[in-house]
Design a protein around this ligand. Structure first.
Ligand code: ZN
Length: 266
């Protein structure tokens, strides 16, 4: 099942309200897609509100507002190598703040303190149940679903500052979407990134150094995972710069495409 979060476009009586919905139809043919509204939060219950919308009449928002986004660095060997690094002995983790999260119809705002902003296509895991010290064998029990993410990174700032908080945590640096797929085997999915339609990254989730279950166990050994939290699982090889005016699209097989324009920060 695909779960979206959306607002109804201006002009509608419901303008301004934000709802969750169940997405039905073929994402490749947007005019066939219908979103059935949900009465509450999908992690709590999947009760339909009785209202339905066509995709073109709503605005998709980030499918979840996480309490925290925990990201994993160098989890694909070829990507670690392209930046001159080894695969770390223990998973390399960092945070992206909740204020960096944007949805599929919002723009990445190029920060003025960087001149090398890069795309990183990633599979994102959305947590559905509180988890603390979750063993590998039970990791699937805390997963709600999966979405696409772009771990947007100011590479020059990352290299200059050592700590990654500003380089990967600036406003708009964490696009998520277009929706959460709750029924998906994430073990071997194609993951791609295009810039203005040109292929830049192409990998498979089977190339991850550490599996999603291992990442959940490792992270939850240190911190409690809450419903709605998001884990970014690393990027395959092919990262590179984006420029103001570009359209960056991350696709994960079985989920869909997350597309964001890059604009100058206003
Ligand atoms: Zn990343």
């Amino acid at each position: 099942m695909r779960i979206a979060r959306f607002s109804v476009r201006e002009g509608s009586p419901a303008a301004g309200s934000v709802s969750f919905g169940v997405v039905e139809g073929d994402p490749a043919q947007p005019d066939t897609v219908v979103v059935h509204g949900l009465a509450g939060h999908p992690i709590v219950s999947l009760q339909l509100s009785g209202e339905s919308y066509r995709l073109q009449d709503i605005r998709l928002l980030s499918p979840i507002l996480p309490n925290k986004v925990v990201a994993v660095g160098r989890n694909y060997a070829e990507h670690a190598a392209e930046l001159g690094h080894q695969v770390p002995e223990v998973p390399l983790t960092f945070f992206k703040p909740s204020t960096s999260v944007i949805g599929p119809t919002e723009a990445i705002a190029y920060p003025p303190f960087s001149s090398d902003v890069q795309h990183e296509a990633e599979l994102a895991v959305v947590i559905g149940r509180m988890g603390r010290e979750v063993p590998v064998a039970r990791a699937s029990e805390v997963i709600f679903g999966y979405t696409c993410a772009n771990d947007v990174t100011a590479r020059d700032v990352q290299q200059r500052e050592g700590q990654w908080a500003r380089a990967k945590g600036f406003d708009t640096a964490c696009p998520l979407g277009p929706w959460i797929e709750t029924e998906l085997d994430p073990s071997d999915l194609a993951i791609t990134c295009t810039v203005n339609g040109e292929l830049r990254q192409a990998g498979r989730t089977s190339q991850m150094v550490r599996s999603i279950a291992e990442l959940i166990a490792h992270i939850s050994e240190a911190m409690t995972l809450l419903p709605g939290d998001v884990i970014l699982t690393g990027t395959p090889a092919g990262v590179g710069p984006v420029q103001v005016g570009d359209e960056v699209a991350v696709s994960v097989e079985g989920i869909g495409t997350l597309s964001n324009k890059v604009v100058k920060r206003g």
